[in-house]
Ligand binder design. Structure first.
Ligand SMILES: Cc1ncc(C[n+]2csc(CCOP(=O)(O)OP(=O)(O)O)c2C)c(N)n1
Length: 515
């Protein structure tokens, strides 16, 4: 076995089953090893940001890492924006990055670069292999690093000679890293705070927002009167019928500040104290009052369910029954075509256990609100603010959960960053319905221009926030990449197209032409 083969078999032995690839010459032995392997599915993407975003979506839904295969520093750099998002999502993910042979690096050939330097900011763990014999150990360590709950980014750089030289036997399955339990003090402090009669918010994120965690938090809320909220942008939010009421922290800082203005205590579970997405002149960065007491029951890497179970016991709340949301679908949308009527229809026809990947930006609120009591589903959002995540992430979610319908809600601006995702959706026949909200603007930036106090509204300024002229045609782009597509100019047209899409397997795109 050569290094690439032993490395790959070690990954497979440790449960890694999927590789999102965009290789080059330095990765050829890894390509050959994947080609010869039984246990590794390879999925080609036409841009590295699709590989990394897809691995993010896979990690969020499978709860274990997929790998990417990227071409040296430039391949990694193309994938970095979605690695940034994946890192903020705490997704498990392994990057395999080819490099020049160890003895070739000193010549500074065209593709030579500081891969370790590029990988550091978007990885929790980085290693460049020394030789073929230790490559299987590196592979095993990369799985360990990626599997720290809820997930980490592990980047393994593989010089070409480490891949092609003769290696040792692959390593067997290693035990998964243990998720730390929170201290007794963290639990008792939370219990004391919840018993002192002050207005308290319990803020959930990551493992603190799982269905099991929601049931426990709802019992605690019943026993204590606490208000339950979640981060604005969440890795995976189980919502809809059968789940519990959780209020979303609002996006705009002044709205969120008002939302939490009378909160005297905030207890974090699986997340950290909330801050504004951006700073604005004269406005606070913290989304809580200055005299609000903050307490972390469980940080993002702690065992949130165990912490909540113990808190439940401390409050004698274990016997409460969680108040589960009763399924209540909204009527199908009618009247004007806008994000709210579309959102109603999205929710009305939503299949059970669908996965919604949301990058609809200013068009997302309608669907979010309407799906509150619809069929149970998971809601995946943009955790790192770097647009171009939802189409790739939808690919990964669909690969991880082939039995579930995936719906990608997308702004037209964001969709153009990784539009080649459609080709991979077609090639793999993934069950994804893409809904493009075509407003032909960077609408959110038009809103932000005024909010940050920038003093120019002239044509030259506004042209930087306008993506009409020429108007893009998503139907043609989609068909050009093999995905069936159609346009809705009215809500009635949307209803017909979307209802049909929900009843048909395979990738489809609906372009909603907003007035
Ligand atoms: C990588 C990256 N580049 C640029 C931005 C800045 N940005 C934020 S939102 C946005 C436009 C989004 O437009 P669209 O997807 O059409 O949604 P809309 O605002 O129109 O609802 C841009 C360019 C960003 N967040 N990330």
């Amino acid at each position: 076995m050569n290094g690439a083969e032993s490395m790959l078999q070690t990954l497979i032995n440790n449960g890694v089953e999927v590789c999102f690839t965009n290789p080059g010459t330095s990765e050829m032995h890894m390509v050959a090893a994947i080609g010869k392997s039984e246990g590794m599915r390879s999925i080609l993407a036409l841009f590295e940001g699709i590989c990394t975003g897809a691995a993010d979506g896979y990690g969020r839904m499978a709860g274990k890492p997929a790998c990417t295969l990227l071409h040296l520093g430039p391949g990694l750099s193309n994938g970095s924006a979605n690695l940034h998002n994946a890192k903020k999502a705490n997704s498990p993910l392994i990057n395999l990055i080819g490099d020049h042979a160890t003895y070739h690096k000193k010549y500074d050939a065209p593709l030579t670069s500081d891969i370790i330097g590029l990988a550091g900011p978007v990885s929790h763990w980085v290693k460049s292999a020394d030789n073929a014999n230790t490559l299987p150990i590196d592979a095993s360590e990369s799985v360990q690093a990626a599997s720290v709950k809820p997930g980490q980014i592990a980047t393994l750089i593989v010089p070409a000679d480490c891949a092609w030289d003769e290696s040792v036997e692959p390593l067997a399955l290693q035990e998964a890293p243990v998720t730390p339990l929170v201290s007794k003090l963290q639990v008792s402090t939370a219990a004391e705070l919840l018993a002192n009669g002050k207005r308290t918010v319990i803020l959930l994120g990551n493992m603190g927002l799982s269905e099991e965690a929601q049931f426990l938090v709802d019992k605690i809320a019943q026993a204590s009167g606490a208000r339950v909220m979640a981060d604005t942008f969440t890795t995976r939010w189980p919502r809809g019928g059968g789940r519990c009421e959780v209020e979303r922290l609002l996006y705009f800082a002044e709205q969120a500040t008002e939302q939490t203005a009378d909160t005297q205590q905030m207890i974090m579970v699986g997340t950290k104290a909330p801050v504004a997405f951006f700073a604005y002149p004269g406005k606070a960065s913290e989304l809580y009052a200055m005299d609000c007491t903050l307490h972390t029951l469980a940080g993002p890497n702690d065992d949130a369910v165990d912490a909540l179970t113990r808190l439940c016991e401390a409050l004698s709340a274990s016997d409460y029954a969680p108040r589960k949301i009763k399924l209540q679908k909204p009527d199908v949308g009618s009247g004007e075509l806008n994000q709210f009527t579309v959102g109603q229809s999205v929710a009305h026809y939503l299949p059970t256990d669908a996965i919604i990947v949301d990058e609809a930006a200013t068009s997302g609120a309608g669907s979010f609100m309407s799906t509150a009591a619809s069929e149970p589903h998971d809601w995946l959002s943009l955790t790192g603010g770097s647009i171009g995540f939802a189409l790739p992430t939808a690919i990964g979610a669909a690969v991880a959960c082939p039995q579930r319908k995936v719906i990608a809600l997308h702004g037209d601006g964001g969709a153009m960053y990784t539009i080649q995702s459609l080709w991979t959706m077609a090639r793999e026949n993934l069950d994804i319905c893409v809904v493009i909200f075509a407003n032909r603007k960077y609408q959110i930036l038009q809103v932000e221009l005024a909010r940050v106090g920038a003093q120019s509204m002239n044509k030259k300024t506004l042209d930087m926030l306008d993506i009409g002229n020429p108007d893009m045609n998503f139907v043609q782009m989609s068909e050009g990449m093999g995905v069936a597509a159609s346009r809705a100019h009215t809500i009635e047209e949307f209803n017909t197209l979307y209802a049909a899409a929900m009843n048909t397997h395979g990738p489809q795109l609906i372009e909603v032409i907003l007035p």
